[in-house]
Design a protein around this ligand. Structure first.
Ligand code: ATR
Length: 287
């Protein structure tokens, strides 16, 4: 970030709460590295004020916004355009200023894709186990379908929710690639090795001692485990994957890349991998 002056562009985050966000660290570090005259600030927005916040941001010439809990769906009513993937997922986390208002994107999922790619994990053609059927898992299921994953076994405690997500994703993507299952039936998975993506809230700080499945036998089927959780940096799920011979990753790079993709959209630049690595280092120190 340069010295704030009359030319400084503003980006920010709307949500509630926003006090613990790491996004200012990502964006202000990028602005500094790229020598952009840009600041990124968190805006705490009260329930019922999202529309005013977006209109106000436009009036104030704000270049772009991120959107976090609980407004990722609600904000969609305040936009002039919505990107296809975000529309399908039903959640927007990035607003990009255009002529008459903001266009909404979802950079969480492309962020996950780029994070996987940076670890040399390929989705195309893979057989995937996806744990969970909440908002995060639903988005991952859409991304898997759009990236031509061969098959996704969607395991959830409540099998009705797994079925609902599978039906929706299969219908909207025009591919029957999501197979819903009850979490307790993991023994019925085909006898082979999978990429597993952990998208439940189990293991999240402060309840760090649990994994959504504790049985070692389940982890024998996993060659690579990716946990969307990044707090803590080493989850019980990751430990179980490693104990059974697999490679395990946490979700901090997904956070990094969702931010980088938003920054790229706002500023029409592309962030190099060496720059991404520097931002990641800053994140690791703070997260
Ligand atoms: P998010 O938006 O982060 O995805 P969410 O929508 O609340 O959060 O979803 C939480 C996910 O974690 C769900 O898949 C939930 O399973 P249910 O749909 O059966 O509730 C899963 N989850 C949370 N606590 C769990 C637990 N103790 N055991 C198994 N699954 C759990």
């Amino acid at each position: 970030m340069k010295m704030i002056d009359g030319h400084t562009r503003t980006c920010g985050l709307i949500g509630n709460p926003v006090e613990h966000t790491l996004s200012p660290l990502i964006h202000n570090t990028l602005a500094k590295q790229l020598n952009h005259n840009l600041v990124y600030v968190p805006f705490h927005v009260e329930e019922g004020q999202v529309h005013q916040a977006v209109d106000g941001a436009f009036a104030l010439n704000i270049l772009g916004l991120n959107v976090t809990v609980p407004y990722k769906s609600q904000v969609m009513d305040s936009l002039v355009q919505i990107d296809d993937l975000a529309q399908k997922i039903g959640a927007v986390n990035t607003l990009v200023r255009c002529e008459k208002g903001y266009k909404g994107y979802n950079t969480d999922m492309p962020g996950l894709y780029r994070a996987l790619a940076s670890e040399k994990i390929k989705l195309e053609g893979q057989e995937v186990i996806l744990l969970g059927a909440g908002g995060a898992a639903r988005a991952v299921a859409f991304m898997c379908a759009s990236k031509n994953v061969k098959r996704v076994y969607l395991l959830n405690r409540s099998v009705e929710k797994a079925k609902a997500v599978a039906d929706e994703v299969n219908a909207k993507s025009g591919r029957e690639c999501i197979y819903p299952m009850a979490l307790e039936n993991y023994n019925e998975l085909p006898d082979q090795k999978f990429l597993a993506i952990q998208a439940t809230s189990v293991g999240l700080h402060p309840n760090v001692e649990h994994a959504v499945i504790e049985d070692q036998a389940f982890y024998q089927r996993i060659h690579t485990g990716y946990d969307l959780i990044y707090k803590p940096r080493d989850t019980r799920f990751m430990q179980l994957v490693r104990e059974n011979g697999g490679c395990a990753f946490h979700g901090l790079k997904m956070l990094l890349y969702q931010g980088i993709i938003a920054y790229e959209l706002w500023n029409d630049v592309s962030v190099s991998e060496s720059m991404a690595a520097q931002v990641y280092k800053a994140l690791e120190e703070r997260a």
